[in-house]
Design a protein around this ligand. Structure first.
Ligand code: NDP
Length: 477
């Protein structure tokens, strides 16, 4: 009997099956298309402790109880279809783990539906791409706690290992795991956009070539404040030469970014919960704008383009500082969103643990997560930007951040996420914003009322004398 079951032998499933087996667990696999199973068994799984099965029934029969079955299939309807196939075959205490990028509301519904039966359900975010899946991803499980305890021995071995343990922890009930994974991806959108803007500033604003870009990003990656997986792969990308054109491959790639929806979901949830996430929102917008390629090409012929190069000194270091500050804002937005969601949706998230399991394996792994882990460990409810460590780090770089945005604006280089994060920071640290005027306007046109700063209560003002006769005749519009 195999100790662990896995359904879905695309890139993630194959690599996770090999990872689980490498950690000493026998694995039974099933894939809807049998040829993929055959090919996997004949090649990558050859002479491994992995057995092929060719139907959900055969898979269930091949597993020891309580069965642990990981789904690594396309999210959405396929997950419901496979759960429907499995459910009548499973017995009390068996466990289904959905490791795909499922929408958290779907996971909440599936948790509720499966609660009625004795089959346990875990919704688990998996981050790290195919290499992470094979060598150690960051795992974000949520759902039934007892079921987590039953799969913990496997997950703790399969996950990436960092200095203080495996990058997995029980996050909370229901869809907590998939919610955390969604916010992880939202932060990922923000950071990727910020890195893209830094690249644009150096390439367009300074005229750097790809060797220079490689050197700058490598140096940044070697510094504790900017060391991260995304920085590391960015430095690598600049060195890759396209064999067909003998030019840096990145310049041959169409500048139209695609997306699968997790950034959108993050922004929608943030808006629903009333949490500002401008860096993440702007990153989603930037991908959408990039996809308007044809129209942008036309517009570039109508309007003047970028207006010259930066002529001053020390711009690389200033961009580095701006990038650091803006990235911290992207993390702060994500962490604030998690805190709000945890309160409203009763996830009981431990943000220090979230930062800890993001330190290895996942796409947003970064040295700065160590500080976040420590800060939330000491003060779980502290707003991240108010922590002395980040306060100091940002204040010492604020002049550079401001100058980079001003310079980019003068050069007509769009840096939407860096600008949005600076505006976020500047709004956050203002004790009085201009939304008193917004409230006055709302009260003026819609009698929406307002609060005063000098007295408690709700107020409404007749801002202009109303022409009662015209209202009665319905001509007020
Ligand atoms: P895909 O998302 O491309 O999904 C392909 C797999 O889903 C195949 O095994 C396919 O089977 C199966 N499948 C599709 N529809 C059905 C169905 N109706 N019934 C049964 N099986 C079905 O694979 P990935 O490996 O890229 O991703 C797997 C999951 O992990 C996804 O949810 C993805 O979002 C998530 N993920 C992916 C990452 C990545 O880097 N790729 C990173 C982190 C998470 P068949 O061969 O028969 O078509």
């Amino acid at each position: 009997m195999a100790q662990f079951g896995l359904i879905g032998l695309a890139v993630m499933g194959e690599n996770l099956a090999l990872n689980v087996e490498r950690q000493g667990f026998s694995v039974a696999v099933y894939n809807r298309t049998a040829e993929k199973t055959d090919s996997f068994i004949a090649h990558r799984a050859d002479s491994k402790n992995i057995v092929a099965t060719y139907s959900p029934k055969e898979l269930v029969a091949a597993l020891e109880r309580p069965r642990k079955i990981l789904l690594m299939i396309k999210s959405g309807a396929p997950v419901d279809a496979v759960i429907k196939q499995l459910r009548p075959l499973l017995e009390d205490d068996d466990i289904i783990i959905d490791g795909g990028n499922s929408y958290y509301e779907d996971t909440a519904r599936r948790s509720r539906e499966l609660q009625a039966s004795k089959v346990n359900f875990i919704g688990m975010g998996v981050s790290g791409g195919e290499v992470g899946a094979l060598l150690g991803p960051s795992l974000m499980p949520g759902g039934n706690k007892d079921a987590y305890e039953a799969v913990k021995p496997v997950l703790t071995k399969v996950a990436a290992q960092v200095e203080d343990g495996p990058c997995v922890t029980y996050l909370g009930s229901g869809c907590a795991g998939h919610y955390v994974k969604m916010v992880h991806n939202g932060i990922e959108y923000g950071i990727m956009q910020l890195i893209a803007e830094a690249y644009d500033l150096l390439k367009t604003g300074l005229g750097f070539n790809h060797q220079q870009l490689h050197e700058v990003f490598s140096a940044w990656n070697a510094s504790p404040e900017l060391n991260s997986y995304l920085m590391e792969i960015t430095a690598d990308i600049f060195q890759y030469i396209d064999p067909e054109t003998n030019t840096p491959l990145v310049e041959m790639i169409l500048d139209a970014a695609e997306q699968k929806g997790t950034g959108n979901w993050t922004v929608i949830s943030a808006m629903d919960l009333g949490v500002p996430v401008p860096t993440i929102l702007t990153a989603v917008n930037a991908r959408i704008m990039s996809a308007y390629k044809e129209e942008r090409v036309k517009a570039s012929q109508v309007f003047d383009g970028v207006s010259g190069r930066y002529q001053g000194e020390g711009f690389v270091d200033k961009v580095r500082d701006a990038l650091y500050c803006a990235q911290i804002c992207a993390y702060a937005e994500g962490m604030t969103l998690l805190k709000a969601a945890s309160q409203v949706r009763q996830y009981h998230l431990n943000l220090s643990e979230v930062a800890r399991i993001w330190k290895g394996g996942c796409i947003i792994r970064a040295e700065s997560l160590k500080s976040m882990q420590q800060i939330f460990h000491e003060q779980p409810n502290l707003s991240m930007l108010l922590a002395p460590h980040f306060k100091q780090a940002i204040l010492s770089r604020l002049a550079a951040w401001r100058e980079v945005i001003a310079t980019a604006t003068q050069l007509d280089i769009s840096v939407p996420a860096m600008s949005a994060s600076l505006a976020y920071f500047n709004s956050y640290r203002r004790d009085r914003l201009p939304q008193n005027l917004t409230q006055a306007q709302r009260d003026y046109f819609g009698s929406h009322t307002y609060h005063r700063i000098d007295q408690p209560g709700t107020f409404h003002t007749e801002w202009t004398p109303v022409d009662a006769a015209s209202l009665q005749t319905g001509t007020a519009d």
